[in-house]
Design a protein around this ligand. Structure first.
Ligand SMILES: CN1c2c(nc(N)[nH]c2=O)NC[C@@H]1CNc1ccc(C(=O)N[C@@H](CCC(=O)N[C@@H](CCC(=O)N[C@@H](CCC(=O)O)C(=O)O)C(=O)O)C(=O)O)cc1
Ligand SMILES: N[C@@H](CCS)C(=O)O
Ligand SMILES: [Zn+2]
Length: 765
């Protein structure tokens, strides 16, 4: 074996899986038709890998929704409430993923979390007191057989027991120990089945090893694998890690009876040093993750070769990707509008397969011609540096990052300017991106709808949206973001220095995909990007309309960034561009401006020791730079999709926004305790219902949620809002949910308790 990958995207070249799934959810196609689409994708993927000579294409990397959810199901970690719906296997999976609501049932979706430091989301496994782990790896076996029937010997992949146990949520006094032996036993059963099938290699993914590991955790890891590997028999087992190095567990991993070890040489800063210091076991293969699975730039073969040569004497190398290719788009071949001189610098998943193959040729057979061609590409002068921008960044001073006056002083001025009631109600920005909205944008893009007609359409949508929010009784309105394809791509399209693609989709969660724009050069703002729509919306109402922007850290984190300058440098370029937009909005009379930093937490380095020096020390100031020059009366909001920022709570406060909204509806509200303990200064809008699921929360449910928040936080600090934008929802459920939100807030304001009784002494309006 010379070359390998960890996993391939499963959405299909033209998002075939997304469209089939959505049709299945709308009951427009049968399960059989859906399975057929899935099968074609799998066969195509295996064939692509085979075509470039990958000896063992990967199987079981396909998923209808999420591979961690598939694992929960394979381990029978299916909470009773989903079993009780009595749905078939596939629909039970979708109930866990999306929630389920009909006349007789109402079950919420399992929570989703960010998959390590990516923009992919996994469904959190649940372990409760009734969980009985049992092996049912039929999906993995079926897909292995499916490939074999078409003449392809695959290497099945599975997320490992250690990562599963690390990511799971433990309820009702359960712990890792409650299920540990059952989980080991289930993987043991898997090995037995694989031996029966005569499977050659199994890849076990353990990305949890790249997180900070305590001694106890390493003991747990060793215990699992000492036990498990006793049973591998003829199947060879490859332990695959990614998203960083495994400095805490390297020596333990080397001692265990794995046949191959996969290490990340792209994000794993210490990987080479670890091998040089401790050596690499002679009886194992080293799967060297050298082709970046997260970014889309061509691999620099010379640099890769230097890395491989540095460890050449230590190990027998298999050329590999650094992580699953699910984080990059499928192919560059459909990018017909991008200049060839630009496109030649990019490698998506298919092109990365070729890179693996070429690198193996260069490494094993010293193919000089391939090396030379690649050198020519990297020696080209790609872009012209913007010296004026560089100077502007170099001259930034301390004062440019500090807003005046203090938060407390601003608050009084804003209260006077805005006259909002207690518990102000608002939304996060986007309203449903219905088929009608997307179709109009598509028609405009294709030239079938003129710019004038498209603009008129958008104005009509904004007018309706404002009218609707007034009718529902929200206090701070939004324009609805109808003009945006995506909260990041939209800005990328307006900024100089970006290039964007037509078909370069990447899965974000379930059926939802994003098309990250690509930072090509230095970033500047040639014109205002949102003022027109925000002012149009404000002209329709006397209530304040929030201007709506995406912050610099999020724009960069959800783009494919440059690799020739630092992330800090690109973020500061973006910060200056967004700052100009903020000031234009303010000048145009917008009194509240929301700057979303939904991805700020996501890119926090996986190791704590890197948090400040590698990231927060520039990311938080970059946000402050964006709003440091606004008037004290202008209220700055920010938004984060997830509430997992307990550990960096002071940094979030240091963003110095006036209000922050975040997800809290699916979490245990522990974040609220943390806000209290840390004397969090910023006003907060903890989301009172989950927008990721189509289910409509009842008024009472929202009211209970608000009461729980108010048990812990002072009234004056709280805003009421959903936990994220409404773009993925339909109109009907959105209207009902927002009506319930306003009704619940009004009940709380007027002091009606949870039993529907008027308690005058609680009333405050
Ligand atoms: C808030 N989130 C976001 C994240 N990352 C982003 N970059 N953006 C986000 O908003 N990360 C965390 C969270 C959760 N993630 C998501 C991700 C994606 C969506 C979502 O709704 N995605 C849409 C695609 C959005 C888009 O770009 N739409 C375009 C193109 C529409 C399209 O597909 N057109 C078809 C034709 C359709 C037709 O009707 O004929 C085509 O071009 O072929 C647009 O609107 O113009 C998705 O559908 O996956 C939400 C949350
Ligand atoms: N303003 C954006 C934030 C999503 S994270 C929206 O509402 O969709
Ligand atoms: Zn959000």
């Amino acid at each position: 074996m010379k070359k390998s990958i960890i996993a391939f995207p499963r959405i299909g070249e033209n998002r075939e899986l997304k469209f089939a799934l959505e049709k299945y959810f709308r009951k427009e196609i049968s399960e059989k038709e859906l399975q057929q689409v899935a099968k074609v994708i799998r066969l195509t993927n295996w064939q692509q890998q085979k075509n470039v000579g990958i000896e063992f294409p990967i199987s079981n990397d396909f998923s209808f929704y999420d591979q961690t959810l598939d694992l929960s199901i394979a381990l029978n970690a299916i909470p009773e409430r989903y079993e009780e719906l009595n749905l078939n296997k596939l629909d039970t999976l979708f109930a866990l993923a999306r929630g389920f609501q009909d006349e007789a049932h109402d079950v919420t979706a399992r929570p989703m979390k960010k998959w390590f430091n990516t923009n992919y989301h996994y469904l959190v496994p649940e372990i409760n007191s009734k969980t009985t782990i049992k092996a049912n790896f039929s999906k993995l076996i079926d897909e292995y057989r499916e490939a074999k029937e078409s003449g392809i010997e695959t290497k099945p992949t599975i997320i490992g027991p250690y990562t599963f146990l690390t990511l799971a949520e433990y309820l009702e006094d359960t712990t890792v120990e409650t299920v540990l032996s059952e989980v080991i036993n289930a993987y043991h059963q898997l090995l037995v089945s694989l031996n029966q099938e005569n499977v050659k290699w199994l890849q076990i993914e353990e990305p949890a090893l790249v997180l900070d590991q305590s001694k106890e955790k390493i003991v747990l890891f060793e215990k699992i694998y000492q036990e498990l590997l006793k049973h591998k028999n003829k199947v060879k087992v490859q332990l695959q890690t990614y998203f960083g190095d495994i400095r805490d567990s390297y020596t333990s991993v080397c001692k265990l009876d794995f046949d191959g070890i996969g290490l990340d040489f792209v994000e794993g800063r210490e990987t080479v040093a670890l091998i040089q210091k401790y050596g690499f076991p002679k009886n194992k293969l080293l799967f060297a993750g050298i082709v970046n699975g997260k970014n889309i730039w061509r691999n620099n073969y010379q640099q890769s070769l230097e890395v491989l040569n540095a460890i050449k004497t230590e190990a027998q190398i298999i050329v590999n990707t650094s992580c699953s290719l699910q984080h990059v788009p499928v192919t560059t071949k459909n990018e017909t509008k991008l200049d060839k001189d630009i496109l030649k610098h990019f490698a998506f998943a298919n092109e990365k397969l070729e890179e693996i193959s070429q690198l193996a040729d260069i490494y094993f057979t010293e193919n000089e011609q391939l090396l030379h061609q690649n050198e020519v590409l990297f020696n080209e002068k790609r872009i012209q540096e913007n010296l004026q921008l560089k100077q502007a960044i170099d001259h930034l001073a301390e004062k440019d990052f500090v807003r005046q006056p203090s938060l407390e002083k601003r608050r009084n001025l804003q209260n006077e300017a805005l006259h909002l009631p207690l518990l102000p109600t608002t939304t996060i920005g986007s309203f449903p991106q219905t088929v009608e909205v997307r179709r109009a944008r598509l028609n405009h893009k294709k030239g079938e709808l003129s710019s004038e007609a498209y603009d008129t359409f958008l104005e009509e949508k904004i007018r309706e949206c404002i009218e609707l929010q007034e009718k529902i009784g929200l206090n701070v309105l939004v324009h609805g973001e109808f003009e945006r394809n995506d909260m990041v791509e939209y800005f990328g399209e307006q900024l100089d220095g970006y290039v964007f693609t037509q078909k370069a989709w990447v899965q974000s969660y379930g059926t939802r995909c994003v098309k990250p724009p690509i930072v090509w050069g230095d970033i500047t703002r040639p014109h205002s990007m949102t003022v027109r729509w925000s002012t149009f919306a404000q002209d329709q109402t006397a209530k304040p309309v929030k201007g709506m922007l995406t912050g610099p850290v999020t724009i960069l984190n959800w783009s494919f960034p440059r690799e020739d300058i630092s992330l800090r440098e690109s973020t500061l370029q973006l910060a200056l561009a967004v700052q100009a937009e903020v000031l234009d909005l303010e000048k145009a009379g917008i009194k509240i401006i929301q700057i979303d930093e939904a991805a700020l937490r996501e890119k926090l380095p996986l190791r704590k020791s890197d948090w400040y020096s590698e990231y927060l020390d520039w990311a938080i100031p970059a946000f402050r730079l964006v709003h440091s020059k606004v008037r004290p009366e202008t209220q700055i909001h920010t938004h984060m999709c997830y509430s997992e920022f307990e550990d960096i709570i002071s940094s979030i406060d240091a963003m110095d926004a006036d209000v922050i909204s975040f997800e809290a509806s699916r979490s245990e509200l522990s974040i609220i305790d943390a806000l209290k303990t840390h004397h969090f200064q910023t006003l907060v809008g903890p989301g009172v219902y989950d927008i990721h699921s189509p289910r409509v929360p009842s008024t009472n449910e929202i009211k209970t949620q608000i009461s729980r928040i108010l048990d812990k936080l002072p009234l004056e600090q709280v805003w009421i809002n959903p936990d994220c934008g409404l773009k993925t929802r339909g109109n009907k459920e959105t209207i009902l949910s927002l009506e319930h939100l306003v009704e619940a807030t009004n009940l709380i304001r007027s002091g009606v308790n949870e039993y529907g009784e008027q308690t005058k002494e609680n009333a405050f309006v």
